[in-house]
Design a protein around this ligand. Structure first.
Ligand SMILES: Cc1cc2nc3c(=O)[nH]c(=O)nc-3n(C[C@H](O)[C@H](O)[C@H](O)COP(=O)(O)O)c2cc1C
Length: 173
């Protein structure tokens, strides 16, 4: 799949089957994350974790649902990638780095036929729960700055305005 096709094919999936993704695919997706543009090339400020332990996924799902009781913010995904960051050498750049790293991984997943979604809600669930942070093993000074669920969709999810520009554009020549 070429890059533009992957960009068009990616869409957020909000329901996953139990089928786990393969280890080689997970490695390729995490590698893509490490190839992202990162401000100041401060790669040391970032750490990636891939969670496939059902108990830890359940704990993150429950902790993340506290702001919306009854919901399942991980949508049943069998893999959750967690990006942690400490303060970067460039102040306040952490969430921008997260966007680049996670978008790279979502596009790599699309290329491999794996469904994904960028998840903000689970970031709160992780950061609010010291037990979860301990289980993930963040070093001192690191917090979660973004997460991404991976797996296989339970059904086709509609693409939002897939064939048209979704952001207003101005070209100045
Ligand atoms: C930074 C960020 C955080 C997001 N967090 C969530 C989330 O917590 N839950 C969710 O269902 N979707 C989340 N999304 C997905 C967006 O809702 C989705 O990208 C948007 O609706 C556009 O749809 P598309 O991804 O299918 O193109 C997030 C997206 C981004 C970029």
């Amino acid at each position: 799949m070429n890059t533009l096709d992957a960009i068009k094919a990616r869409r957020s999936v909000r329901g996953f089957t139990d089928k786990q993704i393969g280890d080689a695919d997970l490695d390729a997706i995490l590698f893509a994350g490490g190839q992202a543009a990162v401000g100041g090339a401060d790669f040391k400020s970032l750490k990636l974790y891939a969670v496939q332990d059902p108990e830890l996924l359940k704990a993150i799902d429950e902790a993340s649902a506290k702001r919306r009781p009854g919901s399942h913010p991980l949508y049943g995904a069998p893999t959750l990638v967690v990006l942690a960051s400490k303060e970067s050498i460039l102040p306040s750049i952490e969430f921008t780095n997260a966007g680049c790293v996670i978008e790279n991984m979502m596009l790599a997943a699309t290329d491999l036929g794996i469904d994904s979604i960028y998840l903000w809600m689970s970031m709160y669930g992780i950061n609010d729960d010291p037990d979860i942070i301990a289980k993930l093993g963040f070093p001192e000074g690191y917090t979660c700055v973004g997460t991404m669920a991976l797996g296989y969709a339970t059904k086709e999810f509609p693409k939002l305005k897939a064939d048209e520009q979704r952001i207003e554009v101005t070209v100045i020549k």
